[in-house]
Design a protein around this ligand. Structure first.
Ligand SMILES: Nc1ncnc2c1ncn2[C@@H]1O[C@H](COP(=O)(O)OP(=O)(O)OP(=O)(O)O)[C@@H](O)[C@H]1O
Ligand SMILES: [Mg+2]
Length: 258
């Protein structure tokens, strides 16, 4: 079966600093892959190489290949803006456009990408909000500012905004770390539903969360501060949390790290 994502020999730099080194891995379509590992091991950096956001950082540079459905995202003639439409991103802190209404937040990406009739936009906004499990809570306040929602609602609004443009892949960098436990569970349930339509890669510091939501788990580590982060082990989540192949993985998941 074709891999949705196929990374080989990927290095990511900030200036002359090699932050992640020689990563090769694949991701299956319609699956959830969790990235775990200690702070500074390059999880966010690597995640951002998967939709060409790393190079937006001053000094950010990438070597190697990232194939999305067999096409190299770093190949000649590839438009990074188009890549970011195919590979959406949800951040740690919910970041709705503060002056925009709930409706316009969801429609923002669509309006950039083409012209839609009002009725088409209405349908997509509703479908996306339903997809993000937020419709019932906001259907009577679509014209109110998105920034007036609770933190958990704002994060689901950002997910609705991300899925409105129908990406292939959804990247999530600690999407629950600013949320209360109930909102966290709502997002986790949502991830379970979204994987029927999207391929999801999620960074999390919460081991229970990785175990609950993901099919496969990738453990990243770094030998010492200032050294590059590396992918240590990628396997079925059940296996990583019960019987990993590498001692460092075992040490990390059992809290004997450092
Ligand atoms: N904008 C930047 N400029 C220079 N170095 C950076 C930048 N962002 C991150 N780094 C460095 O790159 C390395 C990897 O950082 P990254 O944020 O990817 O780690 P992480 O695994 O996501 O950590 P955390 O779990 O704390 O979020 C670290 O050494 C970090 O200091
Ligand atoms: Mg990070």
């Amino acid at each position: 079966m074709a891999k949705r994502i196929d990374v080989s020999g990927l290095n990511a730099y900030y200036g002359s600093f090699l932050a992640v080194e020689d990563i090769s891995m694949t991701v299956e379509p319609r699956s959830v892959t969790a990235f775990i590992g200690p702070s500074g091991c390059g999880k966010s950096t690597f995640l951002r190489t998967l939709n060409r956001m790393h190079e937006v950082t001053p000094g950010g540079r990438v070597e190697g290949k990232v194939l999305l459905d067999d096409e190299n995202l770093y190949g000649a003639g590839i438009d990074p803006v188009a890549v970011r439409r195919e590979v959406g991103m949800v951040f740690q802190r919910p970041n709705p456009f503060p002056t925009m209404s709930v409706y316009d937040n969801v429609a923002a990406g669509l309006k950039l990408n083409g012209s839609y009739k009002k009725s088409e936009l209405d349908d997509i906004v509703e479908k996306s909000l339903r997809g993000a499990n937020l419709w019932n809570e906001v259907k009577d306040r679509l014209a109110k500012p998105g920034s007036g929602l609770s933190g958990g609602q704002q994060q689901r609004l950002c997910i609705a905004r991300a899925i409105a443009v129908e990406p292939d892949v959804l990247l999530m960098d600690e999407p629950c770390s600013a949320l209360d436990p109930i909102s966290t569970l709502a997002i986790e349930d949502l991830i379970g539903e979204l994987k029927e339509r999207f391929t999801i890669v999620i960074v999390t510091h919460n081991m229970q969360q990785a175990a609950r939501v993901s099919d496969r788990t990738a453990f990243f580590n770094l030998a010492a501060v200032g050294k590059p982060g590396k992918l240590i082990e990628l396997d079925d989540t059940e296996r990583i949390f019960s019987n990993p192949s590498v001692q460092a993985t075992e040490d990390y998941i059992s809290g004997r790290f450092g």
